[in-house]
Design a protein around this ligand. Sequence first.
Ligand code: NAP
Ligand code: GCO
Length: 265
Amino acid sequence: MDMNAFSLQGKVAWITGASYGIGFAIAEAFAAAGATIVFNDLNPEKTQMGVEAYAAKGIKAHGYTCNVTDEAAVQALVKQVEEEVGTIDILVNNAGIIKRIPMIEMSAADFRAVIDVDLNAPFICAKAVIPGMIKKGHGKIINICSMMSELGRETVSAYAAAKGGLKMLTRNICSEYGEYNIQCNGIGPGYIATPQTAPLRERQADGSRHPFDQFIVAKTPAARWGNPEDLQGPAVFLASDASNFVNGHILYVDGGILAYIGKQP
Ligand code: NAP
Ligand code: GCO
């Protein structure tokens, strides 16, 4: 086997919402594999923070400020990237939010806001890049799903609905555009230590670990939270030619949590 199949040399990769967190780690790995990095953030200050964070790692990333829920802004971003950097070969739909509210206390506006970022935006971004991928004769789309693409839990109804929908959007893009040599797959991270999950890990007033932290560690065969770096290898694989016959698949990177019923208390 030619191990260059895992190379991203010469490819333009757009990772949405990647000033930090999971998106930043994935972009870092793509750069190490040879890709040119494009990222966006909602907020100009954080976009600049991201550019500097990438530079600190020796990566010249192209940062843009764009709300991924705004179709006109996304279409304009893709056009600008095509003019300034090149046609996008790899899209990672990473930008996401969560609102942890008991369902019957959640406003419809809050529910819609989560669906908008976590499901509508991946549609908007994929729709914007697929024409260029068809012209080039290849493309990779990676949707960052979640364990909540498979399971529910209290207070995350909107997020689970969005991530469940994102699993099926992944399969539908696979079905509709596979004939153009476009592969669309998902990565389903387990519980990863990022700002998004910081509230679930914060120390209690008495210095003890958060009950949810203890629960997740007990429920995960790996007996630990994941780190963004745990997602780098799977992401490079799904972005590279090594996965050209993998399509419509959700790759769970969760330390085994989805396979495990959990320890007897
Ligand atoms: P995070 O730390 O909260 O970062 C989310 C990123 O998305 C931020 O850079 C944020 O920008 C950006 N963003 C949010 N809304 C946006 C919008 N409308 N337009 C553009 N950018 C936007 O999240 P994370 O933990 O790295 O998670 C990244 C992805 O992985 C999300 O899709 C999340 O659902 C998924 N995931 C996370 C975990 C986990 O345990 N952490 C597990 C499974 C899946 P601002 O900073 O400007 O708000
Ligand atoms: C939560 C967490 C999870 C993780 C992730 C798990 O509140 O349960 O935020 O949703 O973010 O999605 O895969």
